[in-house]
Design a protein around this ligand. Sequence first.
Ligand code: AGP
Length: 605
Amino acid sequence: MCGIVGYIGKKPAFPILLSGLKRLEYRGYDSFGFSVLDYNPPAAPKPFLFKKTGKISQFEQEFPNPEGEIGIAHTRWATTGAVTDANAHPHFDCKKEIFLVHNGIIENYQEIKNQLIKEGHKFNSECDTEVLSHLIEKYFKGNLEEAVRKALREVKGAYGIAVISEKDPEKIVVARLSSPLLLGIGNDEFLVASDPAALITRTRQVINLDDNEIAVLKPDNFFILKEKPLVQIEWTLEEAEKKGYPHFMLKEIMEEPEAIENAIRGRLLIDEGLVRLGGLDSVQEKLGKINRLILVACGTAGFAARVGEYMLEEYAGIPTEVDIGSEFRYRKPVVDEKTAAIFVSQSGETADTLAALREMKKKGVLTLGITNVVGSSQTRETDAGVYIRSGPEIAVASTKAFLGQLATLALLTVYLGRQRDMALVMGKRIVSELAKIPDLAKRVLSLAPEIQKLAKKYKDYKNFWFIGRKYNAPIALEGALKLKEISYLHAEGVAGGELKHGPLALIDENFPTVAICPSDSVYEKMISNIEEVKARGGPVIAIATEGNGEIKKIVDDVIYIPKTLEMLTPILSVISLHLFAYHIAVLLGKDVDRPRNLAKSIVVE
Ligand code: AGP
C-alpha cells in the first residue's frame, strides 16, 4: 500500500513532506518521490521533482532544499510497473506541469493509455497512475479541480490522489475512492495523507475523506466537493410504460417470470452447485465467518425476508432472525462482529429500514442490502449487496420485486450454504431447480383466466383468511396484504397451526380461506387445518401441487402450481395470490395502481 503526504501553507513544504514520508516508511516501500511548487508571484511557479528507487536515507545527502510552500510526496509499493525511477511517483503530464501521487490501482489504465497515446500523449513509465496525470492534462482548462473531476470519471479502480500544477499553482487537489485519505487542518496550513502518522506532528485536526469526495486545499482555506457517481438507468421508456396492460400491477405480475430470470441470470454455476454474487465479493471472507443473520425489512419485503429465514436456517445452517424496520430500529438487539444484518427493500428508500441499517452500522455490524433501485440510499449505505434486477416497479402494490427478492434470497442461501456445510449435490439441486423456476412461473401465469373466474366467484366476500405453513406461512401474510391493500377487503394471513388458537372463531360460510398447501413436508398438517375450516362451513380455495387430485375432494376450489423444491414453492404459490388479489380489486372497480392511503416508497417514519 503506497503512502501519500501533501502540504500547503506558509512554511517550506519539503522538510515537512520529508518528515511525513519518513513516518510512512514503516508501511514498506520500494521507491519514493517529491514534487514541490516554488510559487512567489509575480515570478512563475517553478516545479521541483525528485524521485528514486530505494530508501529515503540513501539519498538524503542528495536532496536539494527546494523553495516552495506547496508539495506532495509518495512512498511506492509497486503494483503495476517494475520498481524503477520512472515508475516512482510523482507522475507528470507531457509538459511536466501537472504532478500527481496515487495510492491504489487504476483497473482500466491500459485502455485509457492506448486512447491517450492515440491522442498524442507521451508516456514516461509503465505505471498505471501516469494515465491520471495525462487525463488531467487532457481536461485542464485553467481549473485543476475541474480537470481532476473529469479525469476521475473515466477511471475504474481505487485511488487516493494528490495533485498540484504550476498552471493552477495555489492549491493541492485530492480525491478518494476506496483508498484511505485524510486531510490535516493546521494553523494556516493544510495537509493530506494516506495515514494519520504522516501528519500527526503538524496537527491532530483531521477530516477523513469519504468515497467520491474531492477536496481542494488552498494556502488559507479548503473545501470539499462530493462527486456523485454516474449511474446508468438500464430501463427503457417502454419498460416504464404499461406495455398495453390496463394496469401497471398486471404488467408487473406478468413480468414476474422475467424478474426471477433477471435475478438469477449469470449467477448460477450449476456444475459447481455454486452461486456468483459479484456484489458480495468485497465481503466474501467476512461472510464466511458470520454465525448469525438478522434480516430487516417492511411490508411485502418483510415477508420475503421471512421466507429467507426458513431457507437460510434449513439450507445454509445459519441462525437467522427477521424483524420489521419500524420495530428493529427501536429494539436493542444483541449483536457482535459475527453478526451480519441484511436489509431487503425494493425502493431502497424506506425510512424505517434505513434507520435500522444506520443503527447496525453504528454498532459496526456488517450490513448487506437486497435492493431493486440502483443507486438508492440503501445501496449507498450498506457495506455490500445484491441487486434483484426486477426493473421499474411502478404500481404501489409490490409484486415482481417480491419474486426478485425471493429468488435472490434463494441465491444467497446457496452462496452462504456452500461457504459452510452445504454439499455439492444439494447446491447443484437448488441451483438447477432455480434455473427452471422462470418457466414454471410462466405456467402459473397461464392460469390467469381461471384465477380471474375464481375472483369473480369470491369478490363479494368481505373477509378472507390466508393460511400456510413453513415456507408458505409468510406467503399467507403476503397474499392477505396484497388483497387488503388494493381491494380494501378485510384479509388476514396466519400460520396454519395458529388457526385453532383463535382465528378459527371467525370462520363461517361467509369467511373464505385461501390455503397454500403444496405437496411438501407440512402438507398433511395443512390438510388437517383445511378440515378444521371445512368443519365450520368455511369455503376453502387451495393452492396445491399439480397432480394432487385428492385435495379436490375436500376443498371448494383449487389452483394448481407446478412441482418444485419445498424451499422454492413460495415463488410459485405467491404468483397465483397476486393474480387473485388483482382481479378481485379490478372487479370491485378499485384504482389498483394507486390504492388509497398508500405510497410506493415510505420515506418517512
Ligand atoms: C407492498 O405492496 C407495499 N407497497 C409495501 O408493503 C412495501 O412492501 C413496503 O413499503 C416496503 O417497501 P420497500 O420494499 O421499497 O422497502
